[in-house]
Design a protein around this ligand. Structure first.
Ligand code: NAD
Length: 244
């Protein structure tokens, strides 16, 4: 653990939301370990940014997660803040879903955050301080069409978040989730590439549009800030009202 402004670890850092979270936390004065399986994306993110340490790892691999934490510890120390952003989405119907595809939804969206939390928590507990934010989804709060395994995995992440908050709030660790709705990243290509479907979905939203990565990053920044000291075990929807 370090003195403020702190050290963060962000997974999924080479993606749309992850990159925005890294950039926001750096702007807020943090040094950030940027973890992703996409090594090339990390190079682009960390280039000319002394406050960003690229950590290539697969969140589903225990050994790679441990090695990434060791690299961060060696460079700056234990993270005060962990943001689990890495995720996997694809449309599917269960009758056509292989066992290995089902396992992948669970591995990336739920087991990965578990492995990362397990690695981060002992030092946070020992320090009596720390913040974890898990990027879930509105798919973890409600069912959805063509996404049963994704919904199951994100639902698991929401419940992991709540239960960890109960277990480790008394240790001084605040653990919350963010549930984005449709956000303008590559993960939304399934609808971004279908203008009629996108227009229909956006018209159904109270906000009238899909969200931006910065709007998700703003909420993460709030949750890890002193403004949120009484927010524990919450799942904050950033969804333009889609789950209202
Ligand atoms: N974009 C949306 O509409 C939306 C909506 C709700 C929730 N989310 C969630 O937000 C998070 C970020 O999504 P995004 O929109 O930025 O998507 P994205 O595809 O732009 O980024 C996802 C990132 O996760 C990384 N990743 C995937 N599997 C990994 C693994 N096993 N180990 C390490 N890194 C891995 C990818 O390389 C990628 O950089 C995900 O958890 C996603 O489920 C996104």
């Amino acid at each position: 653990m370090s003195d403020a402004p702190g050290i963060a670890l962000v997974t999924g850092a080479a993606g749309g939301i992850g990159r925005a979270v890294v950039e926001r936390l750096v702007r807020d004065g943090m040094r950030v370990g940027a973890l992703d399986v996409n090594a090339e994306g990390l190079v682009a993110l960390a280039a000319d940014r002394p406050d960003v340490l690229a950590l290539t790892a697969d969140v589903t691999d225990e050994d790679e997660i441990r090695a990434a934490f060791e690299a961060l510890r060696g460079q700056w120390g234990e993270p005060d803040v962990v943001v689990n952003v890495a995720g996997y989405f694809a449309r599917h119907r269960v009758p056509d879903l292989s066992r290995s595809e089902w396992d992948r939804f669970l591995a990336v969206n739920a087991t990965g955050p578990f492995l990362v939390c397990r690695e981060a928590l002992p030092a946070m507990i020992a320090a009596g301080a720390g913040c974890i934010v898990n990027i879930a989804s509105t798919a973890g709060l409600q069912g959805g069409r063509d996404r049963a395994a994704y919904c199951a995995a994100k639902g698991a992440l929401v419940q992991l978040t709540r239960s960890l908050a109960i277990d480790h709030g008394p240790d001084g660790v605040r653990i919350n989730a963010v549930a984005p709705g449709l956000i303008d990243t590559e993960m939304a290509d399934w609808i971004r590439h279908d203008p009629a479907a996108l227009a229909g979905f956006e018209a159904s939203l109270p906000a009238g549009r899909m969200g931006t990565v910065e709007e998700v990053a703003d909420t993460v920044a709030y949750l890890v800030s002193p403004a949120a000291t009484y927010v524990m075990g919450a799942t904050v929807a950033v969804d333009g009202g889609s789950s209202a």
